[in-house]
Design a protein around this ligand. Structure first.
Ligand SMILES: [Zn+2]
Length: 138
């Protein structure tokens, strides 16, 4: 592995990370604007590390990027190293399902929101309303 490809790889990784942060910020802003309170962000002590958690309501929220979680509508496989990406994304999908199952078995309600839903103002509002309702049903 030469130096260039190492640097390139870390560039790609930080771009992916900042995209994830952008999704979280967008969602957080939505919650704040709607006055939805009592959440915890990046909950490390809950299994699977949900992006947002309402502990009292036992509501776990994951924001799934269309690429990393293999959205059937928007996933565009990179043209090189396809086997590698396919394997990686398939592994992510499996882990997502396992995490949701495990949390549900412990009485959590699990919500997974696609990146494309967050990018659409209408579906984002729909999710925020749903979360507000689920939160008060606890
Ligand atoms: Zn998508």
């Amino acid at each position: 592995m030469d130096r260039y490809s190492k640097r390139k790889r870390s560039e790609v990784m930080s771009a992916v990370k900042s995209k994830g942060t952008k999704l979280e910020n967008k969602f957080k802003l939505g919650l704040d604007v709607r006055g939805i309170k009592g959440y915890k962000q990046n909950c490390m002590e809950i299994y699977g590390h949900p992006d947002f958690v309402f502990k009292k309501a036992k509501l776990a929220i994951f924001l799934d990027s269309c690429f990393w979680h293999g959205c059937s509508k928007h996933l565009r496989m990179p043209s090189i190293h396809q086997d590698y990406w396919e394997l990686k994304i398939e592994r992510n999908r499996k882990r997502d399902r396992a995490v949701s199952k495990e949390l549900r078995s412990k009485g959590w309600r699990v919500i997974r929101i696609w990146e494309h839903s967050l990018n659409n103002p209408k579906t984002l509002q729909w999710w925020l309303t749903r979360i507000k309702n689920l939160k008060t049903q606890a």
